[in-house]
Ligand binder design. Structure first.
Ligand code: AMP
Length: 190
């Protein structure tokens, strides 16, 4: 099985680019943010707890998302691999992922990191808010906290995956098609 990580700051276009990647390689797209939004919509206890954190632009506890990922790995069949979108978001999650995969002698195949400058994050998220209507895209304070959380907790993963020789960076500035083509060219190498 292939295990790809789609990495990047909020608003980089991970969700948008995931669909073409999934089709190209017959992967299952797993977005922890989307799974959490489903829990919120279904009004589950987990969803209720997650909502306050998501609305504040903070991360939900590592164990929660790790459990979601592991259950997807166990239940999803008939694909060549997985495209993890929005996971891992902390070093602890990355270490938990490595341990999870090691249990079945597997490992992360590669990280595809879509990078955009900070100045573009706010603009992209505000544009998405007009299309998707996500609660955590609506408030400037929440967006600012998500950007800070990204720099503090998630960006250290760049070094983590560089050290593992798995980090590949794509310029996320450009049209959806331009970025898609850059990713497709990179994915040919796996
Ligand atoms: P996303 O759709 O990836 O932008 O995620 C939306 C929100 O869900 C994030 O701002 C976090 O509050 C939460 N979330 C998603 N994935 C994770 C994760 N791997 N770890 C912790 N919180 C997460």
């Amino acid at each position: 099985m292939k295990y790809f990580i789609l990495f990047g700051p909020p608003g980089a276009g991970k969700g948008t680019q995931a669909s073409a990647m999934v089709e190209q390689f017959n992967l299952k797209h797993i977005s922890t943010g989307a799974l959490l939004r489903e829990e919120i919509a279904a009004g589950t206890e987990l969803g209720l707890k997650a909502k306050a954190l998501i609305d504040a632009g903070s991360l939900v506890p590592d164990e929660v998302v790790e459990g979601m990922i592991e259950s997807q790995f166990k239940t999803v069949k008939g694909v060549n691999g997985f495209l993890l979108d929005g996971f891992p978001r902390t070093i602890a999650q990355a270490e938990a992922l490595d341990k999870m995969l090691a249990k079945s002698s597997e490992q992360v195949t590669g990280v595809v990191s879509i990078m955009i400058p900070d100045a573009m994050i706010m603009e992209r998220i505000k544009h998405r808010a007009t299309i998707e209507g996500r609660a955590d895209d609506a408030k400037e304070e929440t967006i600012n906290n998500r950007i800070k959380t990204y720099h503090d907790k998630t960006e250290p993963l760049v070094g983590f995956y560089q050290a593992a020789g798995k980090y590949n960076e794509i310029d996320g500035v450009g049209t959806i098609e331009e970025v898609r083509d850059r990713i497709a060219a990179l994915m040919q190498r796996f």
